[in-house]
Ligand binder design. Structure first.
Ligand SMILES: NC(=O)c1ccc[n+]([C@@H]2O[C@H](COP(=O)([O-])OP(=O)(O)OC[C@H]3O[C@@H](n4cnc5c(N)ncnc54)[C@H](O)[C@@H]3O)[C@@H](O)[C@H]2O)c1
Length: 312
């Protein structure tokens, strides 16, 4: 199994360490904050125990944790690595500096991937001699539960590096997609932004309440979205497939969204949406509901895995 280094052991780094260790990889972790990597091992042990309750891992958490070691320096963590997943602060100057150190310390054929949510590969790796082995591998929080990973190479990233990263993630149980050209927000956050902007507008202009809008997704569109995307949805929603759907509904849907603009999320608009949400969930119940969400998510992922196994 390839050796994986995880740099930065905050929320995302810890989850990646779990993903790679549960797939059988030796994992080296490093964090610049003193003691952070050691504390991460305890948090990882607890999180693995929770995922086991939902059947997402079969091995004993202690066996998985035993594959993870904390390294004293970044250079020690990456020296033997075949793949590095970087998860430090979301600041361009930090990424550039960390990638300079990674490129200097890692073996020549080691892949260097960043979890960054917003910074393109071209912006943090163009100055490096080894830029051909750099790319973004953007997860969704938490990647040990939500499997999508957006691979976003720069024009200078070698296709062979992208392919090796794709295979590694797939074998680790993730679902990699390829962002073919660099674009702000990659794919997932652009889709999320489009839906959110229209959601805020519909509430702002008095068409629907926050609660009813959420029901529309939760008990409507979202049910399908747990197992198919919008293109498969429309393909199945017209007897003649996508071309039929485009002809029947395209002009109406297209026309409906022409010239649509929305106000920024600030001032009285935020007060309105916040007020409606707080009436549904008191602020002091926020953490409890977050834990509920994470458990529901694990149960849903376990269900999807069982269904996929049955279908195979
Ligand atoms: N939180 C999310 O929902 C989410 C989702 C997808 C991607 N990401 C991306 O993942 C990355 C990490 O985010 P996070 O939420 O885990 O942040 P976090 O603040 O929880 O963790 C960052 C960790 O990096 C460490 N660190 C900072 N500078 C370092 C350096 N120079 N060397 C080594 N360690 C260093 C910090 O000590 C900290 O432990 C960011 O790039 C973020 O954009 C976050």
């Amino acid at each position: 199994m390839e050796t994986v280094a995880v740099i930065g052991t905050g929320l995302i780094g810890r989850a990646w360490a779990m993903v790679f260790a549960r797939a059988g990889h030796p994992v080296r972790i490093f964090d610049a904050a003193p003691g952070a990597a050691g504390r991460a091992l305890d948090l990882i042990r607890d999180a693995l125990a929770e995922t086991r309750e939902f059947g997402l891992i079969e091995e004993d958490p202690a066996t998985i944790v035993a594959r993870i070691t904390a390294a004293p320096t970044l250079e020690d963590a990456v020296r033997d690595a075949d793949y590095v997943q970087e998860n430090t602060s979301e600041r361009e100057e930090v990424k550039r500096e960390v990638f300079s150190r990674l490129d200097a310390a890692a073996k020549p054929d080691c892949i260097l991937a960043s979890s960054t949510s917003t910074i393109q590969t071209s912006r943090f790796a163009s100055h490096l001699a080894g830029r051909h082995r750099c790319l973004v591998a953007h997860p969704v929080n938490p990647p040990h539960v939500v499997p999508i990973v957006e691979l976003s190479p720069a024009p200078f990233t070698a296709p062979e590096v992208v392919e090796r990263a794709r295979v590694l993630h797939e074998k680790a149980g993730q679902v990699p997609i390829l962002v073919r050209r660099e674009v702000e927000g990659f794919i997932l956050n652009r889709l999320q932004a489009a839906l959110l902007i229209e959601s805020w507008r519909l509430v702002d202009e008095g068409y629907v309440s926050v609660e009813d809008l959420d029901k529309t997704i939760r008990d409507g569109l979202g049910l399908r979205w747990a197992f198919m995307g919008p293109f498969e949805t429309i393909d199945l929603n017209a007897p003649g497939g996508v071309a039929d759907y485009a002809e029947r509904y395209g002009p109406k849907l297209y026309g409906m969204m022409q010239g649509v603009t929305s106000r920024r999320w600030e001032g009285d608009l935020v007060e309105k949406v916040e007020g409606e949400r707080r009436a549904l969930l008191a602020g002091d119940r926020h953490a409890e509901r977050e834990a509920w969400r994470d458990r529901r998510l694990m149960a849903l992922v376990a269900h999807k895995r069982a269904m996929e196994k049955d279908e195979r």
